[in-house]
Design a protein around this ligand. Structure first.
Ligand code: C2E
Ligand code: MG
Ligand code: MG
Length: 551
């Protein structure tokens, strides 16, 4: 029997041995792998035969476990190791992390040349109860606890905590050190909060729930922990100063569901991390903006759950700068709900990004925008491009590629008519990861634009390193373009830079003819703004008096 047939037979024998034990076999020369069907189904992988399966799989692995996994696989492929044995968390097709033991070894030929990398992944099931790194109760348990307190109508105080700048700690001291630090902090947290339940809320985030401590006591606990993290952490002989961020609330309104409290609490935590340098924020003080946010997030969530009621899309034209010819439009989300009225997306999208339901909403946006465009616009002009905004949360989801391709094929949308806009928050993502995602999109013929260009300080780095098609220059740079020398200088330089790199440019916020003339002179490729039209519904859009549409 030929060696290759033998490998196939052995593979099949093992592949069918157990539903929770998955088998993989990788041809190390071609990097083509075969995975057992059960694994492909449980984790929503693209197929049983995959090219670069290691990279595809890496996206499923929990961010905290990814670095170590990557290191081990690189060692195998670089010939520095001949076996792999690791426990990690991987996201299954339902979006839940499961704990897996992965073992593999290299099979060589008679002269020791590596031929195959083969092994098994043992799925131990949803990491439901305890977080394996901190040994604290998991996020699923946190939700259960909040739900039961709500049902029993027991008021409680909740404090969310996060260790800041953790990726830097991992970079400088290594991944093992990072894990040990999380464990050490969890132990201290237990010491400081004897009358509370402690949970791991994901990544470097924690939650403390107590119906015994008063609000004042919770605040004191926070300040003590803050002091500890900053001044007293000593690990393996290394003194390290960690900034702690926190947000808290008293929960005594039993109408509000536990997911809303969690989402709002994590939002408050983001405020504390990014805007308040770790100052404790209160995310539910009555009569304040934060309390309104809690109520609106609750209403947004119920809108999503009840079939996206209140959500709809508007479309804003994008025209050629030289002759005002219509080239496409950007889909922009709207939410209209009484008593809140029309809530601007700039506000609620940032709030919702912390919520697991946001991904469902994002897929609804993709599907609805493409369907409307295909049915109403393409029959009028088949060249018009549809821009859809993507949040970094979508890209980060291991199932994103599959979900996007499924929506495109369900709708039957021509990929060449689609442009995805990556928003500014994507700059927090790993550059190599972002690059791979963009290369994937482009390989499908989808265009990619960088939105909000110029607002983040790493914009130029992104422009140089990512294979994007278009940059969209933020409205803030063109508001006073006719009078403000600084803005003229910046916009001119950005446009020049894009042109030299062969990247197209769209300038947003064009409100007057004078502004258009300036940008036309500067050589912007396309323009978008109220001068052409505000964002309007699709039926209004197809009636706009624009060259390329009706004339
Ligand atoms: P963006 O993607 O940069 O969208 C452009 C924003 O500028 C839109 O605000 C648009 O209405 C506004 N705009 C365009 N031209 C003018 C103008 O001439 N003058 C003025 N004053 N404003 C102009 P909008 O619709 O409020 O959206 C705000 C942000 O919310 C968007 O910024 C985008 O980041 C986000 N967003 C909107 N829809 C979606 C969506 O479907 N998904 C995601 N992930 N984000 C979205
Ligand atoms: Mg946009
Ligand atoms: Mg923009």
């Amino acid at each position: 029997m030929k060696k290759i047939d033998l490998m196939t037979k052995v593979f099949e024998a093992f592949a069918n041995s157990s539903a929770s034990k998955h088998v993989y076999l990788c041809d190390m020369k071609t990097d083509i792998s075969r995975w057992s069907k059960s694994g492909v189904e449980q984790f929503g992988l693209p197929g049983e035969v995959m090219e670069h399966a290691g990279q595809i799989w890496e996206e499923h692995i929990h961010p905290n476990d990814r670095e170590e996994y990557h290191r081990q696989i690189m060692e195998i492929f670089e010939g520095k190791a001949d076996a792999h044995d690791m426990v990690y968390r991987a996201m299954n097709r339902d979006g839940n992390y499961v704990v897996c033991t992965c073992k593999g070894s290299v099979i060589t030929d008679d002269d020791g040349t590596p031929l195959y990398f083969a092994g098994t992944i043992d799925n131990h099931g949803i990491a439901n109860e305890y977080d394996p790194i901190t040994n604290l109760l998991s996020r699923a348990k946190l939700i259960e606890k909040m739900k039961s307190l709500k049902e029993e109508k027991i008021p409680y105080n909740i404090l969310f905590l996060s260790l800041c700048d953790f990726s830097e700690i991992n970079n400088v001291h290594g991944y093992d050190f990072g894990n040990k630090l999380l464990r050490l902090f969890s132990e201290r947290l237990l010491d400081y909060t004897r009358k509370a339940s402690i949970f791991h809320a994901g990544g470097t985030k924690f939650a403390v729930i107590s119906s015994v401590y008063t609000e004042k006591e919770m605040e004191e606990i926070y300040h003590e922990l803050h002091r500890y993290a900053m001044h007293e952490v000593n690990l393996d002989g290394t003194r390290i100063a960690v900034t702690l961020a926190g947000s808290y609330a008293r929960v005594d309104n039993f109408e509000i569901d536990e997911h809303t409290v969690l989402t709002t609490g994590l939002m408050g935590l983001d405020d504390s991390i990014y805007k308040q340098h770790g100052k404790l924020t209160q995310f539910d003080s009555r009569g304040t903006e934060l309390h309104d946010r809690l109520v609106i997030i609750g209403a947004l969530r119920s809108s999503i759950i009840s079939g996206y009621s209140g959500f709809y899309l508007c479309f804003q034209p994008i025209v050629s700068s030289q002759d005002d010819l219509l080239l496409g439009a950007e889909a922009l989300l709207r939410w209209q709900k009484e008593p809140f009225g029309n809530v601007p997306p700039g506000l609620f999208i940032a709030w919702l990004e912390n919520d697991p339901l946001f991904y469902d909403l994002s897929n609804w946006i993709l599907r609805s925008a493409m369907t409307l465009w295909k049915e109403k616009v393409l029959p009028i002009n088949p060249d018009l491009i549809l821009n859809i905004n993507l949040s970094y949360i979508q890209l980060d989801k291991p199932t994103f590629r599959n979900d996007l391709l499924n929506i495109i094929s369900e709708v039957g949308f021509p990929e060449k008519n689609l442009c995805l806009e990556l928003t500014e928050r994507c700059r927090f993502m790993n550059l190599e990861f972002l690059r791979n995602e963009i290369i994937f999109l482009k390989s499908r013929g989808i265009r990619v634009a960088l939105d909000d260009f110029g607002t983040g300080f790493s914009a130029l780095e992104l422009l140089i390193n990512l294979p994007i098609d278009t940059i969209k220059i933020d409205r803030s740079f063109v508001i006073d373009i006719e009078d403000k020398k600084e803005n003229q200088f910046v916009v001119k330089a950005l446009l020049e830079c894009a042109k030299n790199l062969g990247v197209r440019s769209t300038v947003e916020g064009i409100e007057t003819i004078a502004m258009r003339n300036v940008l036309r002179d500067y050589g912007a490729s396309t323009l978008q703004g109220y001068l052409y039209s505000k964002p309007v519904t699709i039926d209004e859009f197809i009636k706009l008096e624009l060259k390329g549409l009706n004339s």
